[in-house]
Ligand binder design. Structure first.
Ligand code: UDP
Length: 327
């Protein structure tokens, strides 16, 4: 398959590019490099520096590269920013995505893999989360992802688009060979910030809330390795052959891990203390979020290779220690 990877220079996209190639397909990357890194795209992979909302440019690439499937990772993903600047999120995450979809339909490309999020569930009543539970996002970021999910359902019905929307839990870790990894600016995620605190490159890690109704008082999350996420995107290809396939999958390990447990794993893996400071709860953080991914396991044969937080942190550490300044 010729696979167009939109946002293929970003964190999850760049890992997916390598997995797509490793599975014997041909990746082609579009990225406007606002957040992505040119160096994250594997050498030899066709690369286009264009905006996903540029329908004419995207349409030409779809035709020239004879694209069979589009994977879409290009989105703004800072929850706090989405609250303060919703238009930026609606225009990029929804409007530009609709442009991409219109360009696809115009060229007869009808297979689509979409990065969605557990943030579409809002504050869930029950855990673990299954795909059929109510979706009620509590911030514009989650809402934009849900809006696209809904548009995809309509396009599946109207035009026979076959799509899979993957609702990620906490993407973490880096390529096993340490060649690529997480490099966000600004960085807001727990594991890279904890590593920076441990090495002294960053300030003490602020623990956002220790009075949650959880065993150690800190939030529980489901950290899932970025290569495990990527492999699900490829495993779903055969299902997209069916016109109108409308598929939703949670992707997580199912293991809830607390902030404190993550910090312990970082200390064990790095052999360094993580300096910490207590901090208030972060707005919009539910106490616990973890997945029931039985559907992906049963229907896609998806199985995670990285089953424990230490092995995930070890890959992140390999990347960060070899590339302290990122790309
Ligand atoms: N967190 C924290 N301090 C930080 C960053 C994150 O305590 O500096 C907590 C955050 O409150 C959440 C968990 O770590 O409970 C994971 O947060 P992250 O931002 O990595 O991912 P999110 O769950 O927001 O997608």
């Amino acid at each position: 398959m010729n696979v167009l990877i939109v946002g293929g220079a970003g964190y999850i996209g760049s890992h997916c590019v390598r997995q797509v190639a490793a599975a014997g397909h041909r990746p082609v990357v579009i990225d406007n490099l606002v957040f992505g890194h040119r160096a994250a795209v594997a050498p030899g992979v066709p690369f286009y520096d264009v905006n996903l909302g540029d329908e004419a440019a995207v349409g030409k690439i779809l035709a020239d590269e004879k694209i069979d499937i589009v994977m879409h990772f290009a989105a703004y993903a800072y929850v706090g920013e989405s609250v303060h600047d919703p238009l930026k999120y609606y225009f990029n995450n929804v409007v530009a995505t609709l442009g991409l979809l219109r360009a696809m339909l115009a060229k007869g490309v009808k297979k689509f893999v979409f990065s969605s999020t557990c943030a579409t569930y809002g504050i869930p009543e029950k855990m673990p989360l299954v795909e059929t539970m109510p979706q009620a996002p509590i911030n514009p970021y989650g809402q934009t992802k849900l809006d696209v999910e809904n548009a995809l359902k309509a396009l599946a019905l109207a035009h026979g688009l076959g799509f899979a929307a993957f609702r990620y839990f906490n993407a973490a870790g880096a390529a096993g060979d340490g060649s690529i990894g997480e490099d966000h600016a600004p960085e807001t995620h727990l594991i890279p910030l904890a590593i920076d605190a441990a090495t002294g490159r960053g300030p003490a890690l602020q623990v956002f809330g220790d009075d949650y109704p959880t065993p150690d008082g800190t939030c529980l999350r489901d950290y899932v390795h970025v290569d495990d996420l990527s492999r699900a995107h490829i495993a779903v290809f055969p299902k997209l052959e069916k016109p109108g396939a409308a598929l939703f999958y949670n992707l997580g390990t199912g293991t809830p891990t607390s902030v404190r447990e993550v910090l312990q794993a970082v200390e064990k893996v790095t052999g360094k203390k993580v300096p910490c400071a207590g901090a208030p709860r972060r707005a919009g953080d539910p106490p616990a979020l973890y997945a029931d991914s039985s559907k992906a396991k049963t229907e896609l044969g998806w199985k995670v290779k990285y089953n424990d937080i230490e092995s995930i942190v070890a890959t992140a550490w390999k990347w960060h220690s070899a590339h302290p300044d990122g790309f």
